[in-house]
Design a protein around this ligand. Structure first.
Ligand code: ADP
Length: 452
């Protein structure tokens, strides 16, 4: 069911329940008041008739004649007077006799002093009347045609007013719900028109204050993120193609040139070495890309366990020295503490990150030296990878963590620009942070903070 319809029905049923309660209260209070007043009126009329008989001594047949001759005799109260031993002393019309008194009825009047009851539509009151020293039981009966008609009219009016009100409330409710949900419908239409090809479109943020505006703003923010990641993906793919194409083109050219004519052994060897170099570049690139893909996994998909950072660092150093025998790597510890060097992490990824930072330090330094300092603090472990190399320019510093970005100093060393973005992803995956400080021709320090 649509929210619009649900709101309207909810609103209508709530008001309908209130209106019904109100109408029922009005009706039942009116019905009770009418009944009470009519019983009272009956009793008064009967008492007046008894007084005419006993005090004014009007002859019974005169009173009977008045009763019979009155234009609406049928609706007039019919009075009967008995003494306490069920002797009939007066009756307005014995032939009509609406009440048909019994001895039991007279006894309960004597006993209870007053009784009220219904015979069909007829309201009957019986009460004890005192005259001189004697008690008389009087009954009076009549139908309150006028009051009942008024009550029926009230009931019909209430029913009609109730039904009309419900229809009006339903229509107004529907209109209001439609009005207040109009921006949502507009939002839906706009969202429908946004696809992968026009991710630059944004929904209208309205007054930027109410809940719907908050929804639109949140949606636009989500679109911004989507668009950025879409662009980043596109950029990433084109960068990869470019990175792959350069060594492949070089290899192809080398092969074509070598194959163009007969060459001596020395020339073939030289060509093979060039091709091996390019192939190694490709292998490094595909390894980095594989690592980057792993670092992009969700934390839950990566195997985390207690690992010792000092051991991983030593492994990383060995790997680097194995590949580049001319590099030098110093590892130093501050406030060395066995337990405090263990964190919850992924050994493989951390080794990849450390190798990248150590390699960068060495390859961008004329002395091929990289220093690592491990400090164990109460909050976590800090690792400083520093070198006395060529440094990074101020312009490059904000971009070096972007995938495929290579600084102005790239001519000094080979690379593909993936290393630091990979390092940053790995550090973030371990809930850590990485910072860089660098001065041209003095050196660079990367500080990695990993929490326990
Ligand atoms: P790559 O080393 O393959 O170029 P990285 O992502 O590892 O890619 O580094 C990005 C850029 O940051 C490098 O091209 C270089 O300009 C700069 N950089 C990183 N580490 C250092 C360092 N220790 N000294 C000087 N420049 C560095």
């Amino acid at each position: 069911m649509q929210i619009k319809t649900r709101l309207t029905l909810l609103y209508t049923s709530l008001i309908a329940a209130l209106l019904l309660a109100f109408a029922l209260t009005v009706y039942f209070i009116s019905a009770e008041t009418r009944e009470d007043e009519y019983f009272k009126r009956l009793k008064q009329q009967a008492a007046t008739k008894a007084s005419l008989l006993f005090d004014t001594k009007i002859a019974p047949n005169v009173l009977q004649l008045i009763y019979k001759k009155s234009p609406n005799a049928l609706f007039q109260e019919e009075v009967a007077i008995y003494d306490t031993s069920f002797q009939l002393l007066y009756h307005d019309a014995v032939d009509i006799d609406k009440v048909k008194e019994t001895k039991g009825m007279i006894d309960s009047i004597v006993f209870q002093k007053e009784i009220q009851f219904y015979i069909g539509d007829l309201q009957v009151v019986g009460f004890l009347y005192k005259h001189g020293d004697s008690d008389y039981a009087i009954t009076a009966a009549a139908k309150d045609d006028y009051g009942l008609a008024k009550l029926a009219k009230l009931r019909n009016t209430l029913i009609i007013a109730f039904l009309i009100s419900i229809i009006v409330i339903f229509l107004v409710g529907r209109f209001l719900a439609k009005q207040s949900l109009k921006p949502v419908s507009a939002l839906i239409d706009k969202v429908k028109s946004i696809t992968a090809t026009n991710l630059d479109l944004r929904v209208d943020e309205g007054n930027r204050k109410d809940e719907i505006a908050a929804l639109a703003i949140t949606f636009n923010e989500m679109l911004n993120r989507l668009e950025n990641s879409f662009d980043a993906q596109k950029q990433f793919v084109s960068n990869i193609s470019h990175e792959l194409r350069t060594p492949l083109t070089a290899m192809l050219a080398e092969l074509q040139l070598t194959a163009a004519k007969d060459r001596d052994n020395k020339e073939y060897k030289q060509a093979l070495h060039h091709i091996i170099d390019d192939t190694q570049k490709l292998v490094r690139l595909s390894n980095s890309l594989l690592d980057l893909a792993k670092a992009n996994y969700d934390q839950s998909e990566i195997n985390f366990k207690k690992v010792r950072l000092d051991e991983i660092l030593l492994d990383a150093r060995n790997d680097v020295l194995h590949n580049y025998s001319d590099y030098k790597v110093n590892i130093n510890y501050e406030n060395e503490n066995d337990i405090a060097l263990a964190i919850n992490g992924n050994e493989y990824l951390l080794r990849v990150a450390f190798i990248n930072l150590i390699e960068n330090g060495c390859k961008f330094s004329p002395d091929k030296h990289s220093n690592v300092l491990i400090t164990s603090l109460s909050s976590g472990i800090t690792l400083k990878f520093s070198d006395h190399g060529i440094g990074i320019s101020k312009e490059d510093l904000p971009h070096i963590f972007n995938a495929f970005y290579r600084g102005d100093n790239k001519r000094k060393a080979e690379g593909n620009g993936i290393g630091l973005s990979l390092v940053q992803k790995i550090v973030t995956l371990h809930n850590g942070v990485i910072n860089v400080a660098s001065t041209i021709n003095e050196g660079t320090t990367f500080t990695v903070k990993l929490p326990f």
